[in-house]
Unconditional design. Structure first.
Lengths: 168, 168
DNA sequence: CTCTTTTGCTTGGCTGGCCAAGGAATGGGT
DNA sequence: ACCCATTCCTTGGCCAGCCAAGCAAAAGAG
């Protein structure tokens, strides 16, 4: 079953998107992916997007907020609000950095740590589901191509000279 | 999967995302893509997401709101609010459907039509920028693989039996 | 002809995410 | 020592997008 079924294929892309078929597909896929992830995360008590922040905290332990902002590539205000909510849920603890009174140190609480297994399962599960039918070579190729696009977009985003020390 | 390149490649993916590297990259790429698109759209007076709705209207002329919902795959409430804003901006006109007093007919105004060229340019431009360095074969492969993932996700989303008449 | 279900859309509430503006603290230059 | 630029974070405002409820009209039972 190679699924060449003439069923519904292209989801008829808008003619105005002729100039950007890949981008269009990318947008659709990503939204579906996010929704599917959100469904899994809801059972864990998280909203889509929060899991990425928690991952960073699981990896890095206590971290300055600015490093979170950097590593996630998010707007500072976004991070502030997300952390406020995560703190209110008890997943995260914030404390003033003694060495720099402007800064805030963030770390996952025990409740936050407890989410890790569930989140990892959710990601693995979704990965399996969304890549079903793709062979290892195809998966690798998809990852590679997405990486290229990511590089192009990162470059266009202005700050080409990225890749900072990342001391975490 | 070799990819042990010490450069900068992977944007060091969180270890908790090991189970879903493709999904993780997908999320990042898509966000960057959306932002880059938003930058272009702002000059036109649109917010990211709205252009997809306008495309549909450009293609279909007057359309029932429910068909918009269906074809975009969005939540009804999302569409309602987007249309309210687009209407307030004068890009869209909404009128009650005489044949079905529950329904609403939507169409692009002249001001809305006027956006078309700009949006198409924006999409083409972003497509070129984001796919720079990829050959035609790679682009096709990327589109194909994304399509497969889209199918998988659509299926998982429950309503497998989709593919409605779509009389537009 | 009435009662129930289904369809279409709206409102309210919540999150992620952006930008713009602003307030502290730090650090660099003179 | 001083002042100014930079960094770090917060607040407010706005939009896309979700879900849950709800209301009105249309389509199906009975």
């Amino acid at each position: 079953m190679t699924a060449v079924e003439p069923v519904c294929t292209e989801e008829q892309l808008p003619s105005a998107a002729r100039g950007g078929p890949v981008g269009h597909t990318l947008a659709r896929v990503s939204r579906a992916h996010r929704i599917a992830m959100g469904r899994r995360l809801r059972d864990l008590g998280l909203y889509p997007g929060q899991e990425l922040m928690m991952m960073r905290l699981w990896d890095c332990g206590a971290v300055r907020q600015s490093e979170l902002i950097q590593s996630l590539g998010l707007d500072p205000s976004t991070v502030t609000k997300m952390l406020q909510r995560l703190e209110q849920c008890g997943y995260v603890h914030r404390s003033p950095d003694p060495a720099d009174r402007r800064a805030v140190r963030v770390e996952a609480t025990e409740r936050g740590q407890a989410l890790r297994a569930g989140v990892e399962d959710a990601w693995s599960d979704l990965e399996a589901s969304s890549l079903a039918g793709l062979g290892p070579a195809e998966r690798a190729e998809l990852a590679r191509l997405l990486g290229l696009v990511a590089d192009n977009l990162r470059e266009e985003a202005g700050e080409a000279g990225d890749c900072p020390p990342l001391n975490c």
